[in-house]
Design a protein around this ligand. Sequence first.
Ligand code: UDP
Length: 346
Amino acid sequence: MEKGRVLVTGAAGYIGSHTVVELVNAGYEVIGVDNFSNSSPDMLKGVEKITDRKIPFMQLDCSDREQFAKVFEQYPDIAASIHFAAYKAVGESVQQPIKYFENNLRSLLCLTELSVKDGRERGIVFSSSCTVYGEPDPENLPISENAPVKPATSPYGRTKQMCEDILRDCVTAYPSLRVTALRYFNPIGAHPSALIGEMPVGVPQNLVPYITQTAAGIRKELKIFGNDYPTPDGTCIRDYIYVCDLAKAHVAAVDRMLRTDGSDRYAIFNLGTGTGLSVLQLVNHFISATGVSLPYSFAPRRAGDIIKVWADPRKANRILGWKADTPIDDVLRSAWAWEKKVRGIR
Ligand code: UDP
């Protein structure tokens, strides 16, 4: 049964591609857009193979209003959009803040304007991040949606905060608009088919792609940044969430926006497992789950790293009827299967 049309920006990206799969599985019509600035058409081929469907797609830059308007002209029946298209490298954002503000804010403004222009009821799911909480006070762990938003530590993080603020103001101003901001913790893993997954450009900055590339022999060893933190084993703690579980939360958020009476038109949800794992614990899970050896050593702390953070996902569990429950070993095996597939390792 068709449920309505959902626009996915950044459809060829890591979380975008997994979300398109789950939307199709749930019976939604999808229109994907992407400019391939940090993604590849191969990912769309993977999505089409998994779903056995041709996915309508337009290659364009969401910050180009003229081009972007054509999507809404062609598909005026878009009922909701999920906005992934954004730059996401924290370090680069510190070096090139204008690039980040220009792209991430302009794309969101274009999407919002096009969503409200004709007065039709529409929803936007915004891809936000737990970075908005900064370093949480220990008494705020696990982090609920009520925890204070702290000043951002990078322009990337600031774009997430600013986009949330823009959307909140727009919900107030435009009665036809509904918004769900999803604050992700640490998305990892790949689709069980190994046809789509994370594709970092250059040296991976994130832990799991660095682990899988090291296991594949592309990197010499994993450097664990800091083992003198005030945590049980001295390494930082994060809430690692499986990308397919995360993708399903987007479907649940769209379902809810299209179903509810509109009394709560701006909602925020934390998306995590509710359990924190240290870097060392994650490394040990990877080794035991895959049976692969992983050379690692301890290195100095990485500037800007938060010591420990994990989610209180109970609001999402309750209101979205969603839970991230894939066991971590399965998640890490999926990441390794994807790396092997990409590298042609048997
Ligand atoms: N990390 C590490 N070595 C790496 C990459 C990351 O020890 O090569 C650590 C990092 O210091 C942090 C955790 O892994 O404690 C998660 O880092 P990631 O960049 O994946 O996510 P984020 O910092 O955004 O939570």
